[in-house]
Write a protein that binds this ligand. Structure first.
Ligand code: F0G
Length: 454
């Protein structure tokens, strides 16, 4: 068995507040984990985004930041790395993924347009809505079967895509594909599915944009699970994925192992001209976007480290270690375990709490109360919405996500997380549901205030 392909050079101390303190902290935070101070968290699994430990090579790159307004050297290093992996003709740096989404959608969406995807993440969905568009999710049916083991549950339902394009083609400015599919459990998308979606897009003359945050993890799963890819390198698989698309939005905070950064890439030169104008308005000059030269350098180096196979093996192995241990303890988690996180199915874990009382939110609160571990709700707080008649529609999956930062925690930390679940499980009947006392809109989960129902 292989351990981590690195040794630890710098450490950051963390503390665990007492149970009494945790109780007070939760109350003060109005039971919204986003309001808890990082210093009061022992193990922070809120997100794998922007939380990676950078390498000595990346930190060395930070010192080589060229902070010129135009054409700094780090821009060209980033350009080389993007060309090597993604291959698109043009790109602009952005400060993170959602800025790339904002620039793309504000440039090409007109009110009333529809943007289909296998599944949009929350910021993608909100950016489409903010520009007057309608986000539509077309996942395969397996995506909604939390305990079914299938290798590529992140796939798009291509029949539904064809049907949508048959009926409403003129309303669709582009098709998106999120790899891996974060909102349905970090599940990968197969090359076969990407190729099929790409073919349909070509048939209808629609550009395909990939939300590529976790493309390297997706490529790793293709190598592991899809026939014909065992002997291909991660780079070759990534090249093949992006050759099937017309562009991508990218958050460097995931697979590029940086704390901030992103980009928007595309082949269409006309679109690129418009994007540059928009970028100058909201992010910055096209060679730095919303970033400092040093950030561009860290991302250029991180992109290359992110496709290293030994790194990816140990990364995914840690996520799967947590999943395996939770499985052994009988905690209901989404199967199979995905790339960046383990997702606990809260409706099954806390069946006495109705969805209207946010069982996944209740579990997030309980995990902090039990062990000062911070997770995030990906369920009804995030995704419930009202239909035309004002009736609340609840999402099919009610999940608590345990997202694992890259190169940050050890498996001993994962054991603490498992133990906390076991303890919660022993007293789960006592756990109350929650109601929202403040907060609305598609991004309410970041700011809402809650109160226990009992
Ligand atoms: N797309 C996906 C699939 C994401 O998971 C995220 C961010 C974004 C786009 C936006 O990128 O944060 O750089 O602006 N996901 C983080 C998460 C926040 O916790 O899953 P960003």
């Amino acid at each position: 068995m292989l351990a981590e392909p690195y040794r630890i050079k710098v450490v950051e101390p963390v503390k665990i507040p007492s149970r009494k303190q945790r109780e007070r902290i939760l109350k003060k935070a109005h039971y919204n984990i986003f309001n808890v101070r990082s210093e009061d968290v022992y193990i922070d699994l809120l997100t794998d985004s922007g939380t990676a430990a950078m390498s000595c090579n990346q930190w060395a790159g930070i010192m080589l930041g060229d902070e010129a307004y135009a054409n700094c050297r780090n821009y060209f290093n980033l350009k080389r790395a993007i060309k090597k992996i993604f291959g698109f003709k043009h790109f602009v740096p952005t400060h993170q993924g959602r800025a790339a989404e904002h620039i793309l959608f504000s440039t090409i969406i007109k009110p009333g347009m529809i943007v289909p995807s296998n599944m949009h993440f929350d910021t993608t969905r909100a950016n489409i809505i903010a520009n007057g568009g309608k986000p539509i999710n077309l996942p395969v049916n397996d995506a909604y079967k939390p305990f079914k083991k299938a290798p590529f549950k992140g796939n798009m339902d291509t029949k539904k895509l064809r049907k949508l394009l048959d009926e409403d083609s003129e309303k669709v400015p582009l098709v998106m594909l999120t790899i891996t599919n974060n909102s349905c459990g970090g599940q990968p998308v197969s090359m076969k599915n990407i190729r099929k979606v790409s073919k349909i897009c070509k048939d209808y003359g629609k550009p395909l944009f990939i939300d590529a945050c976790r493309y390297a993890e997706n490529a790793y799963f293709i190598k592991e699970r899809e026939p014909g890819y065992k002997n291909k390198s991660i780079l070759e698989i990534a090249n093949e994925i992006f050759s099937l698309a017309d562009g991508c939005t990218f958050s460097g905070k995931k697979d590029a192992l940086v704390n901030i950064g992103g980009f928007l890439a595309m082949n269409d030169s006309k679109l690129f001209e418009k994007v540059k104008q928009r970028l100058i308005l909201v992010e910055g000059f096209p060679t730095y976007g919303g970033l400092a030269g040093r950030d561009l350098e860290a991302m250029a180096r991180g992109l290359l480290e992110g496709i290293d196979e030994d790194y990816l093996r140990s990364r995914i192995a840690q996520v799967h270690y947590l999943g395996k241990r939770l499985n052994e303890e009988g905690i209901p988690i989404i199967q199979p375990v995905g790339g960046h996180a383990v997702y606990v199915e809260a409706k099954h874990f806390l069946p006495h709490i109705p969805q209207a009382e946010f069982p996944a939110q209740a579990l997030v609160v309980e995990l902090y109360r039990e062990a000062a571990v911070r997770a995030v709700e990906i369920g009804s707080v995030m995704f419930a919405e009202k239909d035309e008649k004002g009736k609340t529609k609840y999402p099919k999956l009610e999940m608590m996500r345990l997202a694992i930062p890259r190169r940050v925690y050890t498996n001993a930390h994962m054991d603490v997380v498992v133990e906390a679940h076991v303890k919660i499980s022993e007293r789960k009947e006592e756990i109350s549901g929650y109601k929202i006392v403040k907060g609305s809109g598609p991004l309410r989960h970041f700011t809402a205030w809650f109160k226990p129902v009992k």
